[in-house]
Design a protein around this ligand. Structure first.
Ligand SMILES: *Cc1c(COP(=O)(O)O)cnc(C)c1O
Length: 373
């Protein structure tokens, strides 16, 4: 079945008890036993499983071409479930521009847990090869990356990982399964912050891990989900399932808008560089063309005028909201270096944008007036 069809139908059927076509959240935390003491519907207690969460997980697994998915209450809980599935002394390789929250988990939470890590430029395969140790268990990739939209080679990283007995995780939040399916390229797990494009409306926090095989580490992810308890609420699962039905439409329209905005910015004299994999000037363009079905709706750009000019443009835009996060219907703009704090390696003259679903002409008009100031 094609992606658009799966996005609507996977994990979803009319309710057998009522005939309801649209799903409703089952808010119950507990489920009845029959006279024999069995659970005829398979659900016992909502921390362990809930009908709506099971539907959402079936949908996510279908969209990524995986065998199973585990849904969490945030993307951060999803990434932590994979890291906590490792043992003290294990080693993780992650990108040097990894999402700052993932970096904080590795540096602050998991260092105390005895996990070691190396932050490497994953676009440099020789550097990755050199960083692999006997105790390396995971290569954690994030492509396209934040905020420079660097593209790393999923198939090559999977080969490198597997050759040394490690596994590959791809944080595919920026790409969505509409544009990139890492499991098909050899990755073992996909991680999403479903807070972003899958939710799509900036009103639900969530995360997921999707597995290529029912293996040992995924078993521990599942265990951590039920026993650690960082699960999404039934209402959040329902919101996500509702949003995912329109995911392909939203993403393709956002990609078209992002391209128009990127081309406008690339031609503007106040802009020194635009980071967007869809532009042939971008270092990851050729690779993105082979491993993605589109170039995404995230982009960043730098200004000749430095930090002051970047802050001034962010202050002057009227349609873009100054806010963190991404993937919603509304366009957002952000001075990343300010958000990331004193340890940031993000250039001070850089602004990051999540391009939404407004008309591209309106977005471009807004940027034109902001850049003219
Ligand atoms: C937002 C984000 C996360 C963390 O997800 P939360 O839902 O905020 O916990 C992880 N990775 C990437 C790429 C993100 O954008």
């Amino acid at each position: 079945m094609k992606f658009e069809t799966l996005a609507i139908h996977a994990g979803r059927e009319p309710d057998t008890a009522t005939g309801a076509v649209a799903p409703s959240p089952i808010l119950s935390t507990t489920f009845a036993r029959d006279v024999h003491g069995e659970y005829p519907h398979g659900h016992v207690y909502t921390r362990s499983s809930n009908p709506g969460r099971a539907s959402l997980e079936a949908l996510l697994a279908a969209l990524e071409g995986g065998v199973a998915a585990a849904a969490f209450g945030s993307g951060s809980a999803a990434s932590l479930s994979l890291f906590q599935g490792l043992a003290p002394g294990d080693h993780v390789i992650a990108p040097d521009d990894v999402y700052h929250g993932t970096r904080t988990q590795l540096r602050e939470l998991l260092a105390r847990w005895g996990l070691t890590h190396s932050l490497i430029d994953l676009t440099d395969l020789d550097a990755v090869r050199a960083a692999i140790r006997p105790e390396t268990r995971l290569i954690w990739a994030e492509t396209p990356s934040n905020p420079l939209l660097k593209v790393s080679n999923i198939a090559a990283l999977a080969e490198l990982a597997h050759a040394s007995g490690a596994q590959l995780v791809v944080d595919s939040t920026f790409a969505t399964p509409v544009l990139q399916q890492p499991l098909q390229l050899g990755a073992d797990y996909v991680m999403h912050s479903t807070t972003k494009y899958l939710g799509g409306h900036s009103d639900v926090l969530g995360g997921a891990v999707i597995a290529r095989r029912q293996d040992e580490l995924f078993g521990r992810v599942r265990d951590y989900q039920g026993k650690g308890g960082a699960v999404p609420s039934p209402f959040d699962c329902w919101l996500l399932q509702r949003s995912i039905a329109t995911l392909p439409l939203r993403v393709h329209a956002q990609v078209a808008n992002a391209r128009a905005v990127a081309e406008f910015l690339a031609a503007h004299p106040a802009v020194s560089v635009v980071h967007y994999p869809g532009l042939s000037s971008h270092a990851g363009h050729a690779l993105a063309s082979t491993q993605m079905k589109g170039y995404g709706a995230m982009l960043s750009f730098q200004l000749h005028g430095g930090r002051e000019a970047a802050l001034a443009v962010a202050a002057k835009v009227a349609l873009f909201t100054r806010a963190t996060s991404l993937g919603g219907v509304e366009s957002l703009i952000e001075h990343r270096a300010s958000v990331e704090g004193p340890h940031t390696t993000t250039p001070q003259d850089l602004l990051r944008m999540s391009v939404g679903l407004e008309h591209a002409d309106d977005l471009i008009d807004d940027l034109r007036q902001a850049l003219a100031a």
